[in-house]
Structure formats: C-alpha cells, structure tokens
Design a protein around this ligand. Structure first.
Ligand code: HEM
Length: 444
C-alpha cells in the first residue's frame, strides 16, 4: 500500500509506566508481533527500549536499499556486541567495508560449490544415523541431526574444522539466547555478572567455548605460517588486528550455523506435514538426481526443493527481526520517522502479512513457483535481509539446504509424533521448541 503525504506512526498499547508493553511482549513475542502487524504495517511499540515495528515492504526497501546511509546499526545492535564483538554484523558501514571485502572471497561462488560438496558428506553422516533410526522404528528428535549438518558445513567453510557433535552447537544456541535476552528482554542480563545465575553461567561457558575455537585456529595458522583460503585465512591474510580477526570469526560462527540448521529443521518439519509438497520434492529429486548425490552445479535444477525451503524460510524466518536507528528524520512509506528512532524490521510479520501473501499461515511452496511471486514487492520476502548489508552467507546457506533436503528426501520421510505439538520458540533465531520428535521411515 503506498501512502500519500505523511502521517505519524500508529501507536501500540501504552502498557505500564517504565516497562510499557513489556509483559505481553515477553510472554509471546511472535504473537505480539502479529497483533501489532494487524494494527498497521508500522507501529510504535513501547518496551524499555522502544521501537517502531516495520512490516511494510516499501519502508523496508527504503531502510535497506534506497536510503541506507540514514540507518545505522543503532542501540540494539550495539548490545549484540557484548556477545558478538565488533564484526561484520555489528559494525556500522564505514568500519564494515574493510572486513567485508577481506572475507568476501571465502563466500565466492567457487568456494560455495566446494562447501556444497561438504554438505553432501555431512548429509551422508545423517543418513547413516537415520538408517539406524528407521530400522528401530523409534520416535527420535531429528532436530539435532539436522543442526549437525549446518555445524559441519559451516565449520569446514570458516575454519576447516568439523564442528558438529562438539560443544560449539550448544555454545551457539546459548549465544543466540543471550543476545536476545541482553538486547530485548533485559531482566536476566541486569543481574550483576558475578552472581552465578544460570544465565551468567551459560553465557560465560559459551564464551569460553567460542574463544577456545577461535584462538585455537588463529594460533595454529600462525604456527603453520600459512593462512589458508577459508574465512579464517582470508581474515588473517588481510592484515587485520587479532581482535578484528577474532570478532569477525565469532560473528560468522554465531550468524551461520544456528540459522542454517533451523531453516533445515523447519523445512523437514513442514515437508513431513504436507504430503503434496513432499511428493513434489520427491518426484523432482528422483527425476533430476536419479539416485545420485546432488552435484553442486546442478542445485539450480532443484526448483521444487528450493521452493519448499523458501516457503519454510517465509513461515519460520530464522532471523525473524533486525534493527536499525534513523540518523536524520525520514519519511517511510508515508509515515514520519523522527531522528534516533529504532526501526525493527520484522521479517516474521512481513512474511505473514495478508496484504502481500494470500492465506499467509498456510505452507504452500507453489507460491514461489507461479508468476504471483514475480509481481510481489521484492522486500515482502527478506529472509536474508537486503541492500548492501545482505547476508554474506546466503549462497552457502542455500547450497547447504538444497543439498541436504534433496538427499534426505531421496531416502526418507518423517512421520511426526502425534504426542507432541511443535511450537516456535524465539531468541535471535526461531527454533522448534522441544525439537521435532518423529519416526524416520525409509521411502519404499
Ligand atoms: C538460513 C540461513 C541464514 C539466514 C536466514 C540469515 C539471515 C541473515 C539476515 C536477515 C541478515 C541481515 C541482518 C541485517 O541486515 O541487519 C544476515 C546478515 C549476515 N549473515 Fe546471515 N543468515 C543465514 C546464514 C548465514 C551464514 C551461513 C553466514 C556465515 C557463514 C551468515 C553470516 C552473516 C553475516 C556476517 C551477516 C552480516 C552481513 C553484513 O552486514 O555484511 N549468515 N543474515
């Protein structure tokens, strides 16, 4: 909807003094997001750090692509730095160009093709485990296996190490929670860090694990006297300081694995629930791959598989919101945005907006295959962000996802356990709370 003229942003509920509407928000941030979205596609939300929730593609495009100089990372991203350090995700654009240029070669199409081969190996490992699960007929939580695919591919791509089945995945999950709590939820992070609460103990443990991995890589590369061509190597070869290399590696390790693992988990979950979509993927992988593992340069042929993944990314965007702060006053899709406003781009709300998606709660990959998708506003679908700060790992993530979904669909179907209702949990990423209990069945 394009607005004429300019008007103030709509107000959300005033809530209580000081904490504003924190109680309903903290109780269920996703439901709260959709409730605000029903009010308007731009709504000011009163929390201890107030923000304007944006689900209007035209406004999102202006923030990310047509007027990005006016939008800095801002207050909320500054809080991310407590866990992520000062790396690609948290730095403002003037300091970000150097590290982004330095690490970009590690995400080139050629590198992604070789990482996709790693995804084949990582999925074969899951297939070995699932063969045993299928033989037993037991209900198992399949989520950890799927998270392992992402951890292995990411570890190899960034630092040449298989990080699956190590403390890393738990450390990354804890960091995901700590960032969300320290940024938005507040309370546990306000307890002084010397008090041994669960939050602080977990936070310190995760930090030690990540520090150990990062310093191990840096010192072993230095001892060998060669940098290597992976992300760690590119950062070391660029002559960045030890702190810059370390913070950027930490950022990549935290940004890449949970997100990709959750996307894979949600896709397999949705395919298990939707036989028509699942059969379309199965038909495609049988025809295109004829029993072989997917070669990296044939992933583009797997259009049904890609649509199934995109539709899971729409309903369950792993990065479900991300912020910016306005430097100067601006007009976003007809609304006045004063200088200093924190705008929270709600990927979740935008992806479920009835104005841009028909029957938005339904899982239907066909919406990415027909011509309605081309007619849709480009910023109505933004699982990887947009503009110059678009996700650097998009190619790697999609290659991992298409490879893994295709290979698993060649062999297995999941029958979800009727005894468990899968609910979405949310920290920085969206995850299936309680995992995905299912019976793994061999396709006959
Ligand atoms: C399905 C998987 C993934 C999703 C949904 C995702 C989502 C996103 C989103 C929405 C942003 C934009 C944030 C903003 O503009 O404020 C972003 C940025 C970023 N992502 Fe991803 N991501 C994924 C995978 C990865 C992977 C595999 C890596 C690394 C190997 C990665 C590293 C980054 C980095 C470093 C940035 C900051 C980019 C910059 O500003 O230069 N992501 N991601």
């Amino acid at each position: 909807m394009t607005r004429q003229g300019s008007c103030p942003v709509a107000h959300g509920p005033a809530g209580l003094p000081v904490i504003g509407d924190a109680i309903p928000y903290y109780k269920d941030p996703l439901t709260y997001t959709l409730r605000m979205q029903e009010r308007d596609s731009m709504v000011s939300v009163k929390l201890p750090i107030p923000f304007v929730q944006v689900t209007e593609p035209e406004a999102i495009e202006r923030v990310l692509r047509t007027n990005p100089d006016n939008y800095v990372r801002g207050k909320l991203y500054r809080k991310f730095s407590g866990v992520m350090g000062f790396g690609l995700l948290t730095l403002d654009t003037d300091q970000w160009r150097g590290p982004r240029k330095a690490v970009q070669p590690a995400f080139s199409p050629q590198r992604v093709r070789s990482d996709a081969r790693e995804a084949v190996g990582a999925t074969e490992e899951v297939i070995r485990r699932w063969t045993a699960h299928a033989a037993s007929g037991d209900v198992v939580d399949v989520a950890p296996d799927l998270m392992d695919v992402a951890a292995r591919v990411l570890g190899m791509a960034l630092i040449g190490q298989d990080l699956s089945r190590t403390d890393y995945t738990r450390a990354a999950a804890i960091a995901n929670k700590v960032i969300f709590i320290s940024t938005i939820m507040g309370l546990p992070a306000m307890v002084p860090s010397f008090v041994p609460t669960r939050y602080h103990r977990d936070r310190k443990w995760a930090n030690r694990v990540l520090d150990g991995i990062i310093h191990g890589v840096i010192s072993s590369r230095r001892a060998r006297g060669e940098c290597g061509s992976d992300a760690a190597g590119q950062l070391l070869a660029a002559g960045l300081s030890e702190a810059e290399v370390s913070d950027n590696l930490r950022t990549l390790l935290l940004a890449g694995s949970d997100t990709t693992g959750q996307a894979l988990t949600w896709t397999m979950y949705e395919l298990a629930r939707h036989p028509q979509a699942r059969r379309a993927v199965e038909r495609e992988v049988d025809e295109v791959l004829a029993g072989q593992a997917p070669a990296p340069d044939r992933l583009g042929e797997l259009v049904q598989t890609t649509a199934a993944i995109n539709e899971a990314l729409r309903l369950h965007p792993p990065v479900w919101q991300f912020p910016r702060d306005a430097v100067e006053p601006d007009c976003l899709a007809g609304r006045e945005v004063p200088a200093g406003t924190t705008v929270l781009l709600s990927v979740y709300g935008t992806h479920r907006s009835p104005e841009h998606w028909s029957d938005p709660e339904a899982y239907d990959p066909r919406r990415f295959l027909d011509d309605t998708h081309d007619k849709r506003h480009k910023h109505a679908f933004l699982p990887f962000g947009g503009g110059r700060r678009m996700c650097i790992g998009k190619g790697l993530a999609m290659a991992t996802l298409v490879t893994a979904v295709a290979m698993l669909s060649q062999r297995y179907r999941l029958r979800l356990s009727g005894a468990h209702t899968v609910r979405s949990g949310q920290y920085i990423t969206l995850f299936p709370s309680g995992g995905i209990p299912a019976v793994v069945q061999e396709r006959t």
